[in-house]
Design a protein around this ligand. Structure first.
Ligand code: SF4
Length: 482
């Protein structure tokens, strides 16, 4: 039996699928926290009282019996030729069945038509005649008050719609045209699963270096820092076919290079490091003599808004770490909350931030600034104070993304983790009990006041502290380059 996620992996790289059949399935953690499952929300949205509800792991034959016996069915599993799908809602009508899907998006995206077509094929194979298809999505306009209003929290649509609101066409009409026969691909997947080995060459790897399995697939290969595999470009495959192995062999004169690509090529030619001295000097000069702050937030995203003034898919910031450098001395502050700690978070942050000076964050405007704008909307009494904080943000990532500094040890990646590995390998995230942002979120979700949880609390604090300490080290390293 395979799921749609397996079908996707197989299409991307058959070896990923083959490897997955040999690993124990990990428990699935969604990065979106849900107070109740989506099918329960669908039942409430449709206001159906009399229905059959399935469960995880149920026999697919039982679903067929259920739809015979009940007008409304929710959360059912169906299977055809080994492909198993979950159908959130089915309603028997005169012309056949109306199918209800749920989406974690705020509009019914036409980009998901292939996903719905997989479900369509399974139902079609089982002889279930589909009359109409609906998609339930979150309503981003909804702002929760004390009680959750399920009807207003969700939208239901039988059309695909653009984010702008432009209607793109009937879901059933588009999906039924898109659906194709999956018999052959399912048979290939089965043959792949049965293989005892799956040798592969780099030429056939669709995601070299960046895939999590790379070290398993190509464990005996060594890629130097200036390897052409670390350079992202549409022509890379062609260059490799011509026998090029190093970034230094890239035909620069034929390309329109971004600043980051230029810096990467220059670093390869300059023994591993490129620094745009003028730009870096100018950037550092702006902050000379000021109190420097380095901040990082952790947050959990909630599909259904759990607290007043939140919209669907808003976040709760539950943690921050703040390092400051003042008169050459480094200080550290931190916060870790539980439950509805939004206001505590704001008050603590405002109390601990120095009154002046730049506020460095990594990807500041794609993350921390957005979180503070959301909090300002939910707590208007702090609006001007939070806006003043946003106005002081400086995105530390831009020094690298804009090609002002590049070290070949970054190997084509611009994450804070990769940069700290390049500039200060001693400070490794791998030594931490929690070393990834999503891990931090999963641990936070289970956090309680229990003393037994002290270790988890310390691991969460260490992880966030590491992010801001890494930024301090990166800033200090940048100063050594001029
Ligand atoms: S490293 Fe390449 S070949 Fe190996 S699983 Fe990943 S994408 Fe497939």
């Amino acid at each position: 039996m395979v799921h749609i996620s397996d079908l996707r992996s197989f299409r991307f790289c058959p070896r990923i699928y083959w490897l997955s059949t040999r690993e124990r399935r990990q428990a699935f953690h969604s990065f979106i926290s849900m107070l109740e499952p989506m099918h329960q929300m669908l039942i409430k949205k449709l206001d159906v009282k009399d229905y059959f509800s399935g469960r995880q792991g149920m026999d697919a034959h039982d679903s067929l019996n259920a739809i015979q016996a009940n007008e409304w069915c929710f959360n059912l599993r169906f299977e055809a030729k080994g492909l198993r799908v979950k159908i959130p809602g089915l309603h028997r009508v005169e012309e056949g069945y109306d199918v209800y899907f749920t989406s974690m998006s705020t509009w019914p995206k036409i980009e998901d038509a292939s996903y719905y077509a997989n479900h369509f094929w399974v139902l079609n194979e089982l002889g279930i005649k589909i009359h109409k298809m609906y998609i339930m999505t979150f309503n981003k306009e909804y702002v929760r008050q004390d009680e959750l209003d399920v009807d207003r929290c969700f939208n239901l649509s039988s059309d695909f719609v653009k984010q702008s609101g432009h209607v793109q066409g009937d879901v059933y009409g588009i999906v039924s045209k898109k659906h194709k026969d999956y018999t052959d691909i399912l048979a290939s997947m089965e043959q792949t699963r049965l293989r005892v080995d799956y040798p592969i060459t780099l030429d056939d790897c669709p995601n070299p270096i960046k895939c999590d399995h790379f070290n398993t697939c190509f464990k005996d290969m060594h890629f130097p820092d200036d390897s052409i595999y670390h350079f992202s470009a549409v022509d890379r495959k062609a260059w490799i076919a011509e026998g090029k192995t190093s970034i230094t062999e890239i035909p620069v004169e034929e390309l329109m290079l971004s600043k980051a690509q230029y810096a990467q090529i220059m670093a390869a030619h300059l023994d591993g490091r490129f620094v745009d001295q003028r730009a870096l000097n100018h950037w550092l000069d702006k902050y000379e003599g000021q109190t420097l702050s380095f901040v990082d937030f952790e947050w959990d995203t909630f599909g259904i808004p759990p607290y007043p003034q939140m919209r669907p898919l808003d976040v709760v910031c539950f943690q921050y770490s703040l390092h400051t450098i003042e008169d050459g001395l480094i200080h550290h502050r931190e916060f870790l909350g539980q439950g509805d700690c939004r206001e505590e978070f704001i008050v603590s942050l405002l109390n601990h931030l120095p009154a002046e000076g730049p506020l460095f964050a990594y990807n500041a405007f794609g993350a921390e600034a957005i979180r503070l704008r959301q909090l300002a909307e939910q707590f208007p009494q702090y609006q001007s104070a939070l806006q003043a904080v946003i106005d002081r943000f400086v995105d530390l990532a831009l020094i690298f993304i804009d090609g002002i500094v590049y070290d070949s040890k970054m190997k084509g990646a611009y994450s804070l983790k990769r940069i700290i590995e390049a500039v200060n390998p001693e400070l490794s995230y791998e030594k931490l009990a929690i070393s990834h942002g999503l891990d931090a979120v999963y641990h936070y979700r289970n956090l309680s006041d229990d003393e037994e949880q002290d270790e988890v609390r310390e691991a969460l604090l260490s992880y966030c502290r590491m992010d801001t300490l890494a930024m301090v080290k990166v800033y200090q390293w940048l100063k050594t380059l001029v």
